[in-house]
Design a protein around this ligand. Sequence first.
Ligand SMILES: [Zn+2]
Length: 401
Amino acid sequence: MRKEIAVIAAAALASFLASFLIAAVLLPSLTGGRITTVTTTLSVTSPQTEDEYLKSTETLLRRVVEWVEDFRGLELREEVEVIALTRSWVVEHWGKGFLNRTEVEIDEVLLKSLLMVPRDFNLTRFRIGFSGYTVAASSDHRIYVVREYFDPRNELRAGATLAHELTHVLQGEYFSTPKPSTSDEEAAIAALIEGDANLVSSTYLLEHGGKPFRMRESELTPLDALPFFPYIYGEPFVRYVYERRGWDGVNEMYENPPTSTAQVLHPEKYLEGWKPVKPDLPSPPGEGWRLLLRDTLGEYFVRQLIRAHLDSAAANRSAEGWLGDRVEIYEKDGLYLVRWKLVWEDGRELSEFLGAFEQVLEDAGARRSGEDLWSLEGERIRVQRVSENALLITIHFEANG
Ligand SMILES: [Zn+2]
């Protein structure tokens, strides 16, 4: 789940446009994951020539630049250039072009072995479809807008999109963030970046008579909710810090960004200096096994894992109290070995997760075949309590089982 989320998240749609996008994102969930068909109904009302389109975008941009500089308290150091793209171009070049197929295949093994998606699910297709919801993006001093979604004549919405992207340009000029080493850390840093941009664009909307749109986790499928984490929880997180410490406090976060989705979900933990633990896994499984992935999945991932089978309240409750996790995936002759150690704040929190996870296994059709052993077609799962507050999940998984 590492790189492609970063690319898509950086380039992805801004949540305030979600009245367009939420439909575009939610509909595929309702129609069985076929993302590509939905957007045909979304198109710009009447055609503008390329020239008119760019000219009105640039006029609007100049006004928004002034507002953003004033509100965010940072001045642009260089001119910003606008480039118009089409949706199909974005899917072709960013959706397909940026996709690391090997990583997607490994992520697919993880999601399938943890019973979050069905055996016949195709993650590559899902990720490429996702790129089709990009409204605008930025890189250095360029802002890209997608013609099917971005209409400069709708000044309120288009202005908010530009405010979001201009915040990204400012972030590039003034701040840098460390390279994340886990998926959990990557989602947390993205939440800071997107949350900052969304706080600016929400305020722009409010000050210009609009109403910010809130994307909600409960309205997304667990699989959609994963890449949308920065857009759902970034803004409340950044707002929490902004209201207590102002923009200086937000700016300082770039030097010491959150390292875990748990800090974003519980901003008070971040401000208290709380940090997750990094559990050790047992020694490697022996000869012939090839390590494919070593990662930390985080509280938010745990939540989606549970939510794929149980309700949101159960998911939130059982993911809370997460203190750290470590996952490894090995491969040998088409057989995968997944080892996932989870550490909880105390034994009670562990039991809460364990109870929910056993319900997930039952819901997925797994049968208990021993005290801590479960099996279903092509898969054996061992769930061991290795200490008062740590759990080790070991899965043998055949991709074609
Ligand atoms: Zn953004």
